[in-house]
Design a protein around this ligand. Structure first.
Ligand code: ATR
Length: 274
């Protein structure tokens, strides 16, 4: 059997086993996708134990994505720029290759739900400066965004991302947000605000140009307060669930050597679980 898995801490809430095992069953593949929760202080020992061994690869989630990149012998450009990996492949020669499929997931979600979006046409504004914000900025830069503004309560964290990603990325505080919104082509909530049904980040989305796409990386609930405000302002919206579902597609291909089978409604599988 082909075995892969996902590791994080905590791991019980991960939706990945549900998705991958639904695909495995539908494709008739002799395989399994297993959730794993290594102790936080022993992540490196856990990963290195799989070198050249029995499992094909691992997805990696919070809080291990940065440490996963550091464990790898080789990494994709995107993983390096994002400073994080959500996919590790264990190669037969004992080496580890790190990749990041959150970026393709983000771009795919926008393509699916806001097909008119042109990444090269206007600046991007990202709210928040954690790992999710850096990953989004890296993916959008590689996809051709002309400028990325990172706005955060703690400006020093936004500045650290700008320093790592180069001069197309600028750091800003909340006072500069209205000016950035006024010529944005895409606004992304990459803060944790809105999780569990609370208020999203305080950005006046009506200041954005008509047609500006608004995305939320928070997907619990699916229609966040932030997306509801975007919709009220008449802006096209993209939800975080689509990103979560689409990051799983290249992971499945890397683990099991084929695309996920058509005909599995993974969005419905996920929604039943939210
Ligand atoms: P992740 O790795 O998932 O991106 P994170 O590193 O915890 O998560 O980042 C959370 C983001 O949400 C940060 O940008 C954080 O702002 P600070 O860097 O100033 O802490 C932002 N955030 C969380 N709670 C917030 C709040 N009440 N107001 C404003 N920003 C908040």
């Amino acid at each position: 059997a082909l075995v892969a898995g996902v590791c994080g801490q905590p791991i019980v809430h991960s939706m990945s086993p549900l998705l991958h095992n639904a695909w495995l069953a539908a494709a008739g593949i002799d395989g399994a996708y297993v959730p794993m929760g290594p102790p936080e202080d022993r992540f490196e020992v856990f990963v290195n134990g799989f070198r050249g061994g029995v499992i094909r690869g691992l997805n990696v989630t919070i809080p291990f994505k940065e440490r996963a990149l550091a464990c790898a012998d080789e990494a994709s450009d995107l993983a390096r720029l994002a400073g994080a990996a959500n996919l590790l492949r264990f190669r037969e020669d004992g080496t580890i290759f790190a990749d990041n499929t959150d970026g393709p997931g983000l771009l795919g979600a926008i393509a699916a739900q806001a097909p008119a979006f042109d990444v090269s046409a206007a600046p991007v504004v990202i709210l928040g400066a954690g790992g999710a914000a850096r990953g989004a900025a890296a993916a959008l830069l590689l996809a051709g965004a002309p400028k990325v503004g990172i706005v955060n309560r703690t400006v020093a964290k936004a500045q650290a991302i700008a320093d790592a990603l180069g001069d197309k990325v600028i750091a800003a505080g909340e006072a500069e947000l209205p000016a950035l919104l006024a010529d944005a082509g895409l606004v992304i909530n990459a803060t944790s605000l809105g999780l569990g049904g609370g208020d999203g980040p305080p950005a006046d989305l009506a200041l954005t140009p008509p047609g500006c796409v608004v995305m939320d990386m928070v997907y619990k609930p699916l229609r966040t307060e932030f997306l509801q405000r975007a919709q009220a302002a008449g802006r096209p919206t993209v939800d975080g669930l689509e990103m979560l579902l689409l990051q799983a597609v290249p992971s499945f291909e890397a683990f099991f050597g084929q695309a996920p089978p058509a005909g599995v409604d993974v969005r419905a599988v996920a929604l039943a679980h939210l």
